[in-house]
Design a protein around this ligand. Structure first.
Ligand code: HEM
Length: 490
């Protein structure tokens, strides 16, 4: 049954021969993004492996991935029904649940609109957007926190503080609240993401070999706890919102979702009626997706900066020249800071910290590059492979922001941006991309304008990624120097 007959005119997908029961599980190794990249060199852009007893389609190559996710968008927009995904958000997650029909579409549109409304809403006090104001405030707070830590302890683990600041931004949008860096409850919650990412990673054996779901397993046990903590945290806040809800004063995304559910508006485009729960718990998805990704991006950025002090200096020289020291960076400075922008792009590309998109599945039988692909097959999209493809990138393993600059060195080469795959593509593409890019830019520039980062033992810096839904690095202790006397907050 492994190589089923395929319709005439199509070819069966190539791939390694699977072992009984475990399939090709062993060839996935500890770093599936690396082993599947290697496998694609032998079998091509469209290959089939078997994890346990389930077939999985692995897609590589930018053109092939575009063919699938863009040209055949409706065929590839499904999500597989995986054991781990059913444990997320009571199985009702917009992002992870197997629903990809009209209900998912309506929820996705609602989530997208909520983000747009609360991300671009103008600020009351300045001519920037509300979210920009939130980010700048949190970034400033973070710089002060680092400064305080340097004075008190000399060194600090940046990740632990960045995660609180970044989570505060999405908390402000979703719930209208922020938390203190010393709030133990909140710290415990936002530091659960490593456990989440380890279990929700693509290729988790428990998703493919049912017996593993019944055996004692630390990773899965923690995963269940993490999800419980998360939902009870948000449920609590939602409950408070219901009690104080005023339809004439919509405070945040939670309020706007309550408003939507109370008005029971029929969705104009699809005529589906969503349950209250399916509307309100969209906030779980936004909160959950909204801080781990950005924290990881910023944390990798700091790693690359201390590993490459010359690059850090170049960014700071650009900031000094374009912004100076009298005021803080603004989103509108972004187009004047090509080197900084190139650094961020190179951080996304080189780290590829989301090595695969979240798994997809096909909604009908189809043909891709001449290969027959059955309905319902789980699809892994190898973003890491695209970002390190020697056919697309010169010296793919070299960290070099310059690769994104035009020859003049003063502008970004737009064609190169299109080749970086980190937010997915097509109908499941990330809806937080704009906010993500904004936050990475503002946090990074606000920190680098004021602080110069380094670590004690640069030779001992370990940059090897730890595989997961989002790949992390080992934690290191950092130190930092104030670049000029602290100015008064604006
Ligand atoms: C989905 C990346 C930030 C909300 C995704 C996917 C990726 C991704 C790779 C999966 C795409 C697929 O399955 O094909 C990133 C990166 C971020 C980021 C790299 C930051 C640097 C955010 C933020 C939010 C967000 C800030 C919300 C505030 C979502 C949601 C989905 C998603 C809701 C699921 C969409 C769906 O299944 O229809 N993101 N993301 N993301 N992202 Fe992001």
């Amino acid at each position: 049954s492994y190589r089923k007959r395929v319709p005439s005119g199509t070819k069966p997908m190539p791939g390694p021969f699977p072992l009984p029961l475990i399939g090709n599980l062993l060839s996935l190794s500890k770093n599936p993004h690396l082993s599947l990249t290697k496998m694609s060199e032998s079998y091509g852009d469209v290959l089939q492996i078997q994890i346990g007893t389930k077939p999985v389609l692995v897609l590589s190559g930018l053109e092939t991935i575009r063919q699938a996710l863009l040209k055949q968008g409706d065929v590839f927009l499904g999500r597989p029904d995986l054991f781990t995904f059913r444990l997320i958000g009571d199985g009702q997650s917009l992002t992870f649940s197997p629903d990809s029909g009209e209900v998912w579409k309506a929820r996705r549109r609602l989530a997208h609109n909520a983000l747009k409304t609360f991300a671009t809403a103008p600020s009351f006090t300045s001519n920037t957007s509300l979210v920009e104001e939130h980010i700048s405030k949190e970034a400033e707070y973070l710089v002060r926190k680092f400064q305080q830590l340097i004075e008190e302890k000399g060194e600090f683990d940046p990740y632990r503080y960045i995660v609180v600041s970044v989570a505060n931004v999405i908390c402000a949008m979703c719930f209208g609240t922020r938390y203190n860096h010393d709030d133990q409850n909140f710290l415990d919650l936002v530091n659960l993401t490593d456990e989440f990412g380890a279990a929700a990673a693509s290729g988790n054996p428990a998703d493919f070999i049912p017996i593993l779901q019944y055996l004692p397993n630390q990773t899965m046990k923690k995963f269940v706890e993490v999800n419980k903590k998360f939902t009870s945290f948000t449920q609590n806040i939602v409950h408070q919102h219901y009690k104080t809800y005023d339809k004439n004063f919509v405070r945040d995304i939670t309020d706007s979702l309550i408003q939507h559910s109370q008005e029971k508006k029929m969705d104009e485009n699809s005529n589906v009626q969503l349950s209250d729960q399916k509307i309100i718990n969209i906030v779980n998805d936004l909160f959950g997706a909204g801080f781990d990704t950005i924290t990881t991006a910023l944390s990798w950025s700091l790693m690359y900066l201390v590993a490459n002090p010359k690059i850090q200096e170049k960014i700071q020289a650009e900031l000094d020249q374009v912004i100076g020291r009298e005021r803080r960076p603004k989103l509108s400075d972004r187009s004047q800071l090509p080197y900084t922008e190139a650094f961020i792009l190179e951080m996304f590309r080189h780290s590829s910290f989301l090595p695969f998109t979240i798994p997809h599945c096909t909604t009908t039988d189809t043909v891709l590059n001449g290969y027959f692909i059955p309905k319902g097959i789980c699809v892994m999209v190898n973003q890491w492979q695209v970002n390190h493809d020697p056919k697309l990138w010169k010296d793919p393993f070299k960290f070099s922001p310059e690769r994104f600059l035009n020859q003049d060195g003063l502008s970004i080469n737009k064609n190169e941006i299109e080749k970086v795959l980190i937010f997915g593509l097509g109908k499941r593409r990330c809806i937080g991309e704009a906010i993500g890019r904004t936050e990475v830019f503002l946090f990074l520039t606000t920190m680098l304008q004021q602080l110069q980062f380094s670590i004690q033992d640069a030779e001992k810096l370990d940059m090897s990624p730890l595989y997961g839904l989002t790949m992390k690095h080992k934690r290191h202790l950092f130190t930092a120097k104030l670049r000029f006397p602290m100015m008064a907050t604006q």
